[in-house]
Design a protein around this ligand. Structure first.
Ligand SMILES: NC(=O)c1ccc[n+]([C@@H]2O[C@H](COP(=O)([O-])OP(=O)(O)OC[C@H]3O[C@@H](n4cnc5c(N)ncnc54)[C@H](O)[C@@H]3O)[C@@H](O)[C@H]2O)c1
Ligand SMILES: [Zn+2]
Length: 669
């Protein structure tokens, strides 16, 4: 291919991948492949400067703003980092630095390259004022409310800080949180998040900061910017940030020369997997700030820093067998069992293959030598087969057509990746997982009755549904006879069952393990309907209009309500005095000004949060829904409302009003 066409091709492809990555949190290719294409384009452009397009991906920061938030201009541009996968390139970098500094002595700071989302925080007189994403490097999204939910982030700095300071760092989702979240999503039948970076980025884009808080994001500061000269070196500023109470990862180190930099890189190649956060390399920065200025910036990245990226950790091993696990909602997930192989600091024995499509796509066969990779995800995955090493006559893997646990024919609903076992009432792993979910921390959290014990009771035939748990106190004598359970632990368990009858209704609803009814949805449904009987009586159509609920969840909830055995379960829970309604007074009606009117709220509001406006409307007798239809009374538009919504409302002749116009409709008291 001639250079011109290749440049065009690469440019188009990289623009597209950038857009997927930054706008939609999707990586269609690995970072390594992306970086290789970018490096190729860079070289072609250097060889043919006349062919380089003005807005080439080699010349700009890849991100963009999202149009869902207000935006702000960065005081100092937020750039990308030059990156490399080779130590030779680091030597060249070091030579460039040496040349640029004209022989003056210099040293480096090495830091972990945290794999999250870059964030700029502005503190004025020590108070957190604003959080802005990197965006296109010049302007970013203002996500202050979301950033405030990060609990380790100080809202006020401790003494000694300059009056005006910008702190930069990485917002990330700890690996443990990511794993928990995905486990929960898997059980609820929701789509899994690809990796912690995408999860953090997606969380920051949420409009409801209560939902962001549930994602338990964290922050590490790695740079401090002040007008005027406050520090002489980068390392000094990291120490100061730490002293002001900002979280700074203690992993950074001063390195006197390239030799020490390389030693740091080698040292962390394995150790990095023990950190609570994903990293994808090491950032090397010239320590002295005056020298940083002297070296300066290119349009895209500073000349005084570079990122060394570790190659993706991969290993080759034998595929022994595939086990099919049945989850709480009946979803069947294949897990590959492998000949144990060391990979990135741990010994890998199992890998995920996601679903049946993936098995076919990879053309997996038993006995194959397969490649496993540990990338951004925590559980390694099979990425390919060494076809040359395939044993003769290896049989393709046949995905089971029947449930491995109960023999019921599996079904695959259209558009879903997983097969599922439809035998909700009788499939043992499903029943057991539902019990485990019911007693779990975020649901009933029954003291003395953990997942293990309830699983054992299930195996012994003592309990089958959550309602059976409440019969346990009457079977005290029988339980005391059980191995490993003394009189004391049984009495604890009975006390725990009694005590759990004080949890709020929403946790019981969540505990029932209804597909798609996660913590937040349970909360919204409970708030809206207030009693279990009202939820059982609600139609799918009606529930779909409850904010945050929507069609898929409403259908699933309604389907559950229709099953006689579920109605029976609710009756038994009721008889056992399990909380099935919201306690306390319903929010007091202030007026009936909005009686009979329906509202959709969209965008970001100036004076009130969306939740506050919703409460306000409800207090005056109005109803909130989520979909725009001809019957809608008002669309209340905030800043940055999506253009599609406006268009739809205009087409359906729904009046569009602002926050202030809404407030003006209220009676003056
Ligand atoms: N797979 C894909 O489809 C795809 C698409 C686009 C981009 N990418 C990846 O993203 C990279 C480009 O992203 P980028 O422009 O954000 O650059 P980058 O992620 O390579 O480097 C810059 C970023 O590093 C982060 N960082 C983490 N720790 C840091 C520290 N200690 N000090 C300073 N910064 C630190 C900051 O967020 C900063 O914005 C590409 O090189 C590629 O690997 C992948
Ligand atoms: Zn089954």
């Amino acid at each position: 291919m001639d250079p011109q066409s290749r440049i065009q091709e690469l440019t188009q492809r990289l623009h597209y991948l950038n857009n997927q990555y930054y706008q939609h949190d999707i990586s269609e290719v690995s970072d390594q492949e992306f970086d290789a294409m970018l490096a190729e384009l860079n070289q072609l452009e250097k060889a043919h400067p006349d062919l380089a397009p003005a807005n080439s991906p080699t010349q700009r920061v890849g991100g963009t703003i999202t149009k869902q938030f207000a935006t702000a201009q960065h005081r100092y541009p937020m750039l990308s980092l030059g990156n490399t996968y080779s130590e030779d390139d680091l030597r060249e970098f070091d030579e460039r630095v040496q040349k640029g500094l004209e022989g003056a002595p210099y040293s480096y700071v090495c830091e972990q390259k945290f794999d999250g989302v870059a964030m700029s925080l502005h503190y004025a007189t020590g108070e957190l004022q604003q959080g802005v994403t990197r965006g296109d490097g010049t302007r970013g999204d203002v996500v202050t409310a979301n950033v405030r939910t990060i609990r380790t982030l100080p809202l006020h700095l401790r003494a000694g800080f300059p009056a005006d300071v910008e702190v930069r760092g990485e917002v990330f989702m700890p690996n443990q949180v990511f794993n928990d979240l995905n486990q929960e999503r898997e059980q609820n039948g929701e789509a899994l998040l690809a990796n912690p970076r995408n999860a953090a980025s997606g969380a920051l884009k949420l409009q409801d900061s209560a939902l962001v808080a549930a994602r338990r994001l964290r922050f590490y500061a790695y740079s401090v910017l002040t007008p005027g000269r406050h520090f002489t070196s980068h390392s000094e500023s990291l120490e100061a940030a730490n002293a002001w109470g900002l979280p700074v990862s203690p992993t950074w180190r001063r390195c006197a020369d390239l030799g020490e930099v390389l030693a740091y890189i080698h040292e962390w190649a394995q150790k990095r997997f023990e950190l609570p956060v994903n990293t994808d390399g090491i950032v090397i920065k010239v320590d002295n700030l005056r020298q940083q200025d002297q070296l300066g910036l290119t349009a895209k990245s500073p000349r005084w820093a570079i990122a060394y990226k570790y190659p993706t950790a991969a290993a080759r091993t034998e595929l022994l067998r595939i086990e099919y696990n049945v989850g709480r909602t009946g979803a069947v997930t294949p897990v590959a069992h492998l000949t144990p192989v060391p990979l990135a600091g741990t010994v890998v024995k199992r890998a995920s293959v996601h679903n049946a499509n993936q098995i076919a796509l990879l053309d997996l066969r038993l006995g194959d030598m397969v490649f496993v990779e540990k990338g951004g995800e925590i559980i390694p995955k099979i990425t390919g087969v060494d076809f040359a090493a395939r044993p003769a006559g290896a049989e393709p893997i046949r995905y089971p057509s029947e449930c491995p646990a109960c023999g019921t024919p599996l079904v695959r609903p259209e558009g879903e990746a997983h097969y599922r076992c439809p035998n909700e009432r009788g499939c043992p792993p499903q029943l057991k997982a539902r019990l485990e979910h019911y007693v779990s921390r975020k649901a009933l959290n029954i003291d003395g009755l953990g997942a293990e014990t309830v699983g054992r009771f299930f195996d012994l035939g003592l309990v089958k549904t959550p309602a059976d748990i409440y019969d346990l106190p009457q079977r005290r004598a029988e339980l005391i006879g059980l191995e490993r359970l003394g009189e004391k632990s049984i009495d604890n368990l009975i006390a725990g069952i009694e005590k759990s009858k004080t949890v709020p209704f929403e946790r019981v609803l969540f505990g029932l393990g209804i597909r798609y009814v996660g913590e937040t949805v349970a909360q919204k449904l409970a708030q809206h309907y207030r009693t279990m009987s009202a939820i059982l009586a609600a139609s799918a159509k009606e529930m779909a209009d409850v904010p945050e609920v929507g069609g898929v969840i409403a259908d699933s909830m309604a389907l559950w309500s229709q099953q006689p055995e579920n109605q029976h379960l609710v009756q038994r829970l009721q008889a056992a005095s399990v909380p099935l309604e919201v306690t306390g007074e319903p929010p007091k009606a202030v007026s009936d000004r909005f009686a009979g009117l329906t509202f959709v709220l969209s965008g970001v509001f100036e004076n009130y949060s969306r939740e506050q406006l919703q409460d306000l409307i409800q207090q005056h007798g109005g109803k909130i829904t989520s979909s725009i239809s001809k019957k809608l009374s008002y669309l209340v538009a905030g800043e940055n409302m999506g253009p599609a919504k406006r268009e739809k409302a205009t087409m359906m002749k729904v009046p569009i009003i602002s926050e202030n116009e809404l407030l003006a409709l209220l009676p003056v008291d």
